[in-house]
Design a protein around this ligand. Structure first.
Ligand code: 5GP
Ligand code: 5GP
Length: 230
């Protein structure tokens, strides 16, 4: 009888313990990334002003906003590890590319480090189970290189000229050129017109490849949206 009880206890421990451990680590886990790029013209022509970075006016191209770990149910983790602050010395080899591909447009003007620090601390720390700080920024830069959004749009005759284009044609041209359906986020220009602000693509957990989005964010653009110049 004693042996039977002891083995029952042992079996229940073996069953319960792993689930306790996996529950505690899964709170910092995630299912996929959103890779989010912003159109600078749409950040700058709203009622709020923008500021060019210290290095000067960025190129008229989409810039990185962030690489955001997400859950398949649409929720997401944030600020996962206060013990790993942003440290620009870990990405000194990437700074030239960062300034070009991940420029800041917020005021007051800065080098971009405040933007990168915010993105690392809010989102990057939640992907530490897969990639470290250097890999996080390197992964975003690689994705930017692989996804030429402006090229996809202009190839389809969709240019940043202040005209309006159908949301469908914008989505279709990106899908056609990049191979995956994007999610388009709009904001409003100074006169209240709906315009192309950010493009979301989904990336697998390792950060190496695009995937179809398991879930799209919420929000709505008009059927016709403006593509402002920058
Ligand atoms: P907003 O409220 O302007 O859409 O988003 C504000 C910020 O919340 C974003 O810049 C981003 O940091 C975070 N955020 C908004 N939506 C999502 C989402 O669907 N997934 C993740 N991971 N972060 C999001
Ligand atoms: P998120 O919306 O990603 O949580 O937060 C964006 C934060 O980064 C805001 O505090 C915003 O002021 C700052 N930021 C700095 N530069 C930029 C930029 O170029 N675009 C956007 N969207 N936010 C920026």
């Amino acid at each position: 009888m004693k042996i039977l009880l002891a083995s029952l206890c042992l079996i229940s421990l073996l069953v319960i313990l792993p689930s306790v451990f996996s529950a505690s680590s899964s709170s910092e886990d995630f299912d996929f990334f959103y890779f989010v790029q912003q159109w600078p013209g749409s950040y700058c022509d709203t009622q709020k002003k923008c500021c060019y970075p210290n290095s000067g006016k960025p190129a008229a191209d989409f810039g990185i906003h962030g690489l955001w770990p997400n859950y398949k149910d649409g929720t997401y983790p944030s600020n996962c590890d206060a013990s790993k602050p942003f440290d620009s010395s870990t990405i000194s080899d990437l700074l030239t590319s960062m300034k070009k591909s991940w420029p800041t447009l917020a005021c007051p003007s800065g080098s971009g480090e405040a933007f990168w620090e915010h993105e690392w601390e809010k989102h990057g720390t939640c992907s530490e189970s897969v990639i470290d700080q250097h890999e996080y920024f390197q992964t975003a830069l690689n994705l930017k290189q692989k996804t030429n959004l402006l090229g996809a749009l202009t190839k389809a005759g969709i240019n940043p000229d202040g005209k309006s284009y159908s949301l469908e044609s914008i989505r279709d041209s990106i899908k056609e050129s990049i191979g995956f359906t994007p999610w388009v986020e709009c904001n409003r220009d100074g006169s209240g017109n709906s315009q192309l602000y950010q493009v979301y693509l989904c990336v697998d957990r390792s950060g190496s490849g695009l995937i179809e989005c398991p879930v799209f964010p919420h929000g709505k653009c008009g059927a016709e949206i403006e593509f402002p110049s920058f």
